[in-house]
Design a protein around this ligand. Structure first.
Ligand code: 5AD
Ligand code: SF4
Length: 481
């Protein structure tokens, strides 16, 4: 991979740096794709905050623009290039007023395109891959001296070490209060090599953070007011790290340890691979009241032939058995998933197997995608690519089925009372918005002081995008869940 290549000199940023000694600098961060990118964008914002950059939502005000990109589906890179075209115009407009604008591209498109990005879009000052965000301040300074910087090294250990140091540094009593929910990356990369997927190439091999690093960051977040943590990883349940005892821990054990943190009310994790749901992790769903009854467990397809072609390393029966084992210990759990329709070679009969699997499993929600050819993946070169029209028809049929299941699941909450973690004010005065244990949005009239607390709420109405509830006094979160 390319490493810090100085290409043609770019515009000189020295003047802007001098001017910014007086006015605070502003960064505009646009995030595409998965929750891992959301987490990475937050960390980049933190790192830049300590360099004096305040976040802005207005592109025209930004001294630094960062696009944190996603490469998982088609035309991702093209979208980034057209976005860069728009940003170039704003940069030119700002230049007329003597203001400099630095432009960075981060995330998986940065990793995949590398130097090509600065060739096709010379407006870009910095290309930075997902493993290098801890070097952002230093790289910006370098880019500020002129020249374009491309940094796409795979050194995830260094990134994780730095994240932990940053957590330790901000674990001061005066740490700013945060929203009640937060993401925490525990694992990055993937060794599974599903034949449709770019992740093993853009995020690299699977690496787990150590127990010590994760606990330090989790404790710091809880001390700053976080009540719900979502552990993130491309293959999160493949996490395996070294504990303080020097022994290898599995993901279930990590969850048990995190559940001991005082003040941490809720735990979630995403995304899981069916192959890595071991007994300890399954029984954690029975044992831990903090572990929410919602599990994203993608199966991708329902036909054994397609699952084999996808290199998923499990059959549909393996998946059914797994779902039975999970539901045996946690009957209230809602399952969610990802599905790809129109993988190369998928016949009507194969697709019907996917529909049948969905009917049998019954999902609380799920994401559906048309297969898109990704250069560099084995699927791209496979025979039997499916017509776009056929993909569209299958997508609609599957979406209709899943929407019906989701609507039914939401409706089944009517009259139930369960804990809602209030996250923020609602649109109407006096109203708060929070999440149910099953990740549904819930709105209820409640005082602002309840933000960041879990309160019992009785569901009185089912809306299209959220549930409406009424505060109930004197019951705990487990009620009705
Ligand atoms: N085409 C369509 N969907 C894809 N996904 C990953 N790669 C592709 C692709 N090439 C979907 C998978 C994965 C989710 C994050 O994106 O369903 O679980
Ligand atoms: Fe991609 Fe997930 Fe398969 Fe890994 S397990 S290759 S991240 S779809």
């Amino acid at each position: 991979m390319t490493h810090q290549q100085e290409l043609a000199p770019g515009p000189d940023h020295e003047d802007a740096a001098a001017a910014s000694a007086t006015a605070p600098k502003k960064v505009f961060m646009r995030t595409y794709g998965c929750q891992m990118n959301v987490y990475d964008s937050e960390r980049m914002t933190d790192v830049l905050g300590s360099e004096g950059f305040a976040p802005t939502e207005t592109l025209e005000d930004a001294d630094l623009v960062i696009l944190n990109t996603c490469h998982i589906r088609e035309k991702a890179a093209e979208k980034v290039y057209s976005e860069l075209g728009r940003i170039r115009k704003i940069k030119e407009e700002r230049a007329l007023h003597g203001k400099d604008t630095m432009i960075g591209v981060a995330g998986c498109v940065a990793q995949a395109e590398g130097r090509e990005l600065t060739r096709r879009a010379p407006v870009v000052d910095l290309v930075i891959g997902p493993q290098s965000y801890h070097q952002l301040p230093a790289l910006l300074k370098q880019a500020g001296k002129g020249g374009r910087i491309v940094e796409t090294e795979f050194d995830i250990d260094a990134k994780f070490r730095h994240l932990s140091d940053a957590a330790a540094r901000s674990a001061q009593p005066a740490a700013p209060r945060r929203a009640p929910t937060a993401f925490l990356t525990v694992q990055e990369g993937c060794d599974k090599f599903c034949t449709f997927c770019v992740v093993p190439y853009t995020r690299g091999a699977e690496v787990s953070r150590s127990v010590e690093q994760i606990l330090a960051e989790a404790s710091q977040l809880v001390a700053a007011g976080v009540r719900e943590l979502t552990l993130l990883g491309q293959n999160v349940n493949a996490w395996h790290g070294e504990g303080a005892d020097g022994k290898a821990w599995g993901f279930g054990r990590l969850l048990r340890r995190l559940a001991e943190i005082d003040g941490l009310e809720r735990l979630r994790y995403t995304t899981s691979h069916p192959r890595d749901m071991d007994d300890d992790l399954i029984s954690a769903h029975r044992d831990l009241r903090q572990l929410m009854p919602y599990l994203h467990l993608p199966v991708q397809a329902g036909s054994d032939r397609i699952l084999a072609a996808m290199n998923r390393k499990h059959t549909r029966d393996d998946y059914f058995r797994l779902v039975d084992r999970i539901r045996a210990v946690a009957p209230e759990i809602a399952l969610s998933g990802d599905f790809i329709v129109g993988f190369p070679g998928e016949t009507d009969a194969d697709f019907e197997d996917t529909m049948d699997l969905v009917r049998r499993v019954e999902y609380g929600s799920a994401f559906t995608f048309k297969y898109s050819q990704r250069p560099g993946t084995p699927g791209d070169l496979m025979d039997g690519q499916v017509d776009e029209d056929v993909k569209t028809q299958r997508l609609h049929a599957l979406q209709e089925l899943i929407t019906a299941q989701q609507t039914g699941f939401n409706a089944s909450r009517l009259g139930m009372t369960f804990g809602v973690l209030f996250e923020r004010k609602g649109k109407r005065p006096g109203q708060l918005v929070g999440k149910s244990p099953w990740l549904q949005a819930v709105q209820a009239d409640a005082p602002d002081e309840m933000i960041g607390t879990v309160q019992p709420v009785e569901i009185v109405e089912i809306g299209r995008n959220s549930l409406f509830g009424r505060l109930k006094a004197g019951q705990d979160e487990s009620a009705g869940a």
